[in-house]
Write a protein that binds this ligand. Structure first.
Ligand SMILES: C[S@@+](CC[C@H](N)C(=O)[O-])C[C@H]1O[C@@H](n2cnc3c(N)ncnc32)[C@H](O)[C@@H]1O
Length: 303
């Protein structure tokens, strides 16, 4: 496992994934009853964007300027995106205080000109959890898991597990709350990741047919995706599901990863509209070349 999310934190794919996650959490909270938030690939919880630029051995171009960097100063975002941005801003300010990093370079509106810290999915979720909700965070890479555990020392209703997240799906579901939102966000280092995901979806739905599952994946070569969708659609009694997709360029632009998507199974009621709004606004903001597209596509419609 060589993958380190810190180099990608806040990039265009994180923006889509985390904006979608915030909307899913809001959607789950439309009901009073508490739920389990299960993060199968949690990462370290939060990221120092300055450290990301130094790389492990040599400097590397940070990815966040073409992601969260493009939203940071915007004041014209719809409520769904402003909600996500507000969570990121709050995290940035708190993390600066914790790190004793100087809060300098305020602009004329009293805001910071650029983000220094960016939250991972566990922190975003934790910020939004209500007293009746709970989080289980799985991270298999020992250093990342240790950093994650440090961030959540003493945190109420949050447990950190330095274990394989796919095993976590089987261990944690069905949840006693009888409601769950599962985020599956693997690094896609290995070819077998796609089949692990199909296995995890099947296991989750067998244990808890009504669980809401969100799976992030890159839009790279078509072949793997076609195979993934074929295996997905072969799952017996696949519940309603849609994909929220965003590309930053057309195929001819030659980007290795030209976009990403989040598959949402058993989406919370009413989430379609906010997701469409997200992609409509994000597509032109995050576009890097001709042919950028975004949208929501139902794979199994909610009739
Ligand atoms: C894309 S990152 C996660 C980012 C995080 N979900 C976020 O949005 O902030 C993927 C993480 O999965 C971890 N990982 C890889 N294989 C794993 C497995 N089988 N179980 C749990 N974690 C794993 C990696 O170490 C990495 O930290």
């Amino acid at each position: 496992m060589n993958y380190r999310h810190q180099f990608h934190a806040g990039n265009f794919a994180d923006v889509l994934k985390h904006a979608v996650l915030v909307q899913l959490l809001r959607g789950m909270q439309a009901k009073e009853k508490g739920f389990l938030y299960l993060d199968t690939h949690a990462g370290r919880g939060g990221y120092d964007l300055e450290a990301a630029a130094s790389g492990l051995t040599q400097p590397r171009a940070p990815e966040w300027p073409d992601g969260i960097g493009r939203l940071w100063m915007r004041r014209d975002l719809p409520a769904e995106l402003a909600d996500y941005l507000e969570q990121v801003r709050t995290f940035d300010v708190c993390a600066r205080t914790e790190a004793d990093a100087a809060v300098t370079k305020l602009n004329h509106e009293g805001h910071l000109n650029a983000p220094r810290f960016y939250p991972g999915s566990p922190r975003l979720a934790q910020c939004l959890l209500r007293p009746q909700d709970r989080a289980m965070l799985y991270e298999a890479q020992p250093d990342e898991a240790a950093a994650l555990a440090r961030k959540f020392i003493g945190a109420k209703r949050v447990s950190v597990h330095a274990l394989d997240g796919y095993t976590g799906v089987k261990a944690a579901l069905p949840s006693p709350e009888r409601r769950a939102l599962v985020l599956i966000d693997p690094p896609f280092e290995a070819q077998e990741e796609w089949s692990h995901i199909i296995g995890a979806i099947t296991a989750a739905l067998t244990r808890m047919p009504a669980a809401t599952l969100a799976v992030w994946y890159p839009l790279t070569t078509r072949a793997k995706l076609t195979d993934f969708y074929r295996q997905l659609m072969a799952i017996k009694t696949l519940p309603p599901c849609y994909t929220v997709e965003l590309t930053i360029a057309g195929e001819e632009a030659g980007f290795k990863m030209r976009g990403s998507a989040v598959l949402v199974i058993n989406p919370p009621w009413g989430s379609e509209g906010p997701m469409r709004t997200l992609t409509r606004f994000l597509t032109p903001i995050l576009a890097q070349a001709e042919g950028a597209t975004g949208g929501l596509h139902w794979l199994v419609p909610d009739l």
